[in-house]
Design a protein around this ligand. Structure first.
Ligand SMILES: C[S@@+](CC[C@H](N)C(=O)[O-])C[C@H]1O[C@@H](n2cnc3c(N)ncnc32)[C@H](O)[C@@H]1O
Length: 256
């Protein structure tokens, strides 16, 4: 939907590009095109600010500006040892924060997201980041957004998946208990209500292990059971989360 009449044709073009409906006037969540870009509005909860993804400013920019990305638990779990930069498929990209942390730290990242509205927000936010900083920026060189889809539906993106051959697959499916936590940030709450609990998440682990050549990393709330009940090779803990690391084989050796 367009926030103002002048933006109607641009909104229609974006809806066509992302295959989003423009006729569901009853929808509780709408993607709205404003002069600043896309925003996701939760109609029945006007007390929630619309969700805007903008990696160039505000809270979403600070992590990349700090430049200390290698210390982040997600980066340590993926592993960036001795000059090796793994090719990572983030198969549950969501709001793209983990992916950007990985891209900033040096990984080549492909983001995959199945919810069409979140995918559209993510796609436009990454495009804006890349256009804002230009071709030489790490985001232009190392961050890619795949078409909307899922590792659980290999048919739809079969060609992309077979070309990718990632060293690592990263998984951070929505965990049902996250909904109960008061500490969950507002934009994560919007995401939770839009996509719901990822009840099919267990199926992602075998699919990820089949695709990754070297390792799969799964982010879980600290006390959650292992994904698919499968014990990892090792774990890295952060404040509220745990990164379960499933090693298939070491990364290739690089002479530095
Ligand atoms: C907890 S969020 C991920 C947050 C993300 N790590 C970040 O840093 O913003 C989980 C996301 O994974 C997506 N998702 C869950 N299962 C998926 C699947 N099988 N294929 C693609 N996306 C999936 C959900 O739609 C949701 O947007």
């Amino acid at each position: 939907m367009a926030a103002e009449p002048e933006l109607q044709s641009a909104a229609a073009a974006l809806a066509a590009e992302f295959g989003l409906p423009t006729t569901d006037t009853e929808a509780d969540f709408i993607l709205e095109l404003t002069r600043e870009g896309l925003q996701l509005r939760w109609r029945s909860k006007p007390e929630y600010q619309p969700l805007i993804l903008d990696y160039t400013r505000g809270a979403q920019a600070w992590r990349q500006q700090l430049g200390g990305g290698r210390q982040e638990a997600v980066v340590r779990a993926l592993g960036l040892g001795k000059g090796f930069r793994p090719k990572v498929l983030d198969a549950t990209a969501g709001l793209g924060r983990d992916s950007l942390m990985l891209g900033h730290a040096g990984c080549e990242v492909w983001m995959l997201e199945r919810n069409p509205a979140i995918h559209a927000l993510l796609h436009q936010a990454v495009l804006h980041l890349q256009q804002f900083h230009g071709d030489g920026h790490w985001s232009s060189q190392r961050v890619h957004v795949l078409p909307a889809g899922s590792l659980l539906d290999k048919e739809s993106l079969h060609e992309e998946f077979s070309k990718l051959q990632p060293h690592a697959v990263y998984l951070d499916p929505m965990f049902p208990e996250r909904e109960k936590s008061a500490a969950v940030k507002k934009d994560m709450q919007v995401l939770q209500h839009l996509v719901g609990a990822d009840l099919d998440a267990d199926g992602l682990l075998p699919a990820a292990l089949a695709l990754a050549s070297c390792r799969v990393v799964v982010k879980r709330p600290a006390k959650a059971p292992f994904l698919a009940g499968q014990t990892p090779s090792s774990q890295i803990a952060s404040k509220k989360h745990r990164f379960d690391v499933y090693i298939k084989q070491p990364y290739p050796k690089v002479n530095v």
